[in-house]
Structure formats: structure tokens, C-alpha cells
Design a protein around this ligand. Structure first.
Ligand code: AMP
Length: 121
């Protein structure tokens, strides 16, 4: 999958559409999901043009990879969800139902999150 810079998260990074920002540094931007599934539902995105987890880790340099994961930790710490428990989700590709083709991690917490997956059909 090649990167398409018309995706909604690329537009947020360019400031073309707004977001509810919770954190930003040189490597990552974090903002509230527009359709939250839990009291804390933050999306963390790298600033570079990566489509999926595998694209990010295979293409980004070490500083970007470390910086991105430290940004995820910053969000977890600021939201105070580590003690109660939290979930990180990264949907990558068609079978994972990835909607936005810019790599992102969902940070979810603040309630009992239930089972990891629905039962198989
Ligand atoms: P997915 O690509 O399936 O991992 O999920 C994409 C997520 O992006 C969904 O949870 C959407 O609610 C969220 N989303 C889509 N557009 C926006 C937006 N403009 N601002 C914040 N979150 C968004």
C-alpha cells in the first residue's frame, strides 16, 4: 500500500482540519478519537508518511521509532490509565478494517475493556 497524503490524518498533520490535540512533539501527534470507544481514546500518529505498523517499523529511522513510542507512553501517563489497565490497538490493512491509511495507535482505557476480540464468526 503506497502512502496517500489525502488521508484525514495527513490533513490533521498539515493543519487543514482540526483535532483535539492531547500531545505533540517532533515525532508524533496525539489527539482524541472523534468516535471514542472508552473514556480515554487517543490516537497517536507519527509525523512521517507511513501507512501501517509494518511500514513504519521497516521504513522509519530509529529516532522516529523511539520517539513515537515515547509519545505513546506520554499519552498513557498523562491519561493516568496505567494503574487500571489500558489497551493499544493498531489496525493494519484490510482484514483489520483499517479506516485511515496513516499509521496510528489507539490508546484505550478508563473502563473495563472486555475481551480482546469478538468471537470468530
Ligand atoms: P482505524 O483506521 O480503523 O484504526 O480507525 C480510524 C479511527 O480514526 C477511528 O476510530 C475514527 O473514529 C477515527 N477518526 C476518523 N476521523 C477522525 C478525525 N477527523 N478526528 C479524530 N479521529 C478520527
Amino acid at each position: 500500500m503506497s502512502y496517500d497524503s489525502s488521508n484525514v490524518f495527513a490533513k490533521i498533520l498539515r493543519g487543514e482540519i482540526p483535532c483535539k490535540k492531547v500531545y505533540e512533539d517532533d515525532f508524533a501527534l496525539a489527539f482524541n478519537d472523534i468516535n471514542p470507544q472508552a473514556p480515554t481514546h487517543v490516537l497517536v500518529i507519527p509525523k512521517g508518511p507511513y501507512t501501517t505498523y509494518d511500514d513504519f517499523v521497516s521504513s522509519a529511522d530509529d529516532a522516529e521509532i523511539a520517539g513515537f513510542h515515547r509519545a505513546v507512553l506520554h499519552v498513557i501517563t498523562a491519561a493516568e490509565i496505567a494503574a487500571g489497565g489500558y489497551r493499544l490497538i493498531s489496525n493494519s490493512g484490510v482484514e483489520a478494517h483499517q479506516e485511515v491509511q496513516h499509521y496510528h495507535v489507539h490508546v484505550l482505557g478508563g473502563r473495563d475493556l472486555g475481551a480482546m476480540l469478538n468471537a470468530p464468526e
